[in-house]
Design a protein around this ligand. Structure first.
Ligand SMILES: Nc1nc2c(ncn2[C@@H]2O[C@H](COP(=O)(O)OP(=O)(O)OP(=O)(O)O)[C@@H](O)[C@H]2O)c(=O)[nH]1
Ligand SMILES: [Mg+2]
Length: 268
């Protein structure tokens, strides 16, 4: 697989030069799960283990990152020696640790801010996602799913547009397929788009629609409100058309804006 089709470009190759002499090769982080990494590179998939240097004091790899790795001979494994600088990043704040931010998605060109039109649609929440998306450096697009379940689609789209300040808003159905063709323009070959939004809004279902079959696990929320977070790990998938989608577990909105204003609310 050529690296360009995975999003590699001059920015990363310039930063990689210093590692070439050390015999390292570049790879992209496709999956992260409790400290375990799956990487994709010129030679396909590899399991990734962070080096001691990286674990203690180095930058922690995030999904979407480009890393410099040392191949383990005879095995489909590699030791991650360094994380290349990020072009863009979508971060989440840990509400209980003000100084710690977690990288939700790295090196993304676009962000689909996904919200469902099935009754739980809140414009305020969308505003917070938009703020976080602007900070990421990636181009945001608002995707309102489950249009098949809503009877006031135009009204909801207008409400979203009113807070989106020129960010495109699309209403789609992952069930009937209506509106999905409008999203194709953002899914260009080698372009990485992250799916972000609350649990149950249909992020993984949307990804499966573009993958053409059920690759990612999806599930309805249980009636008692439990059983949320069907997706438990961040994952980069390559679409047949050449774009890369980064699926994420649902975010709790608090984690998007736990900064000064949340403190103000706490101490008001
Ligand atoms: N009617 C309807 N149902 C949808 C649509 N999109 C997704 N769903 C359903 O919504 C439920 C949740 O979808 P998921 O794709 O698992 O949601 P998710 O955003 O990935 O959720 P997490 O992984 O928990 O963050 C599933 O039962 C889907 O079948 C849609 O456009 N219309
Ligand atoms: Mg999911």
């Amino acid at each position: 697989m050529d690296l360009e089709s995975l999003g590699w470009n001059e920015f990363f190759s310039a930063h990689f030069e210093q590692y070439e002499g050390e015999g390292l090769v570049p790879a992209r982080v496709a999956v992260e799960h409790h400290g375990f990494y799956e990487l994709v590179g010129a030679e396909g998939r590899l399991g990734g283990i962070p080096s001691g240097r990286l674990k203690f004091g180095g930058e922690e790899p995030a999904v979407g990152d480009w890393v410099a790795v040392e191949r383990v001979e005879g095995e489909r494994k590699a030791v991650i020696q360094a994380v290349l600088p990020r072009r863009t990043k979508f971060v989440r704040k840990e509400p209980w640790r003000r100084t710690v931010v977690q990288i939700v998605a790295a090196n993304i060109d676009g962000v689909f801010l996904v919200a469902g039109l099935d009754g739980d649609f809140k414009v305020r929440r969308l505003e917070r996602y938009l703020t976080a998306a602007w900070e990421s450096g990636a181009e945001p697009v608002v995707v309102l799913t489950k249009r098949d379940l809503a009877d006031d689609v135009d009204e909801r789209v207008a409400e979203a547009e009113a807070v989106a300040f020129g960010v495109p808003v699309h209403a789609v159905s992952n069930v009937s397929g209506e509106g999905l063709d409008e999203l194709e323009r953002y899914l260009q070959p080698a372009r990485t788009v992250a799916l972000l939004g609350s649990s149950g809004v249909g992020k993984s279902t949307l990804a499966n629609c573009f993958l053409g079959h059920e690759v990612l696990k999806t599930a309805a929320l249980r009636a008692d409100g439990r059983g949320r977070h069907t997706t438990t790990r961040r994952q980069l998938v390559h679409l047949p058309g050449g774009a890369l989608l980064l699926d994420t577990p649902g975010l709790r909105e608090l984690q998007l804006w736990a900064g000064e204003d949340s403190l103000e609310e706490t101490f008001a």
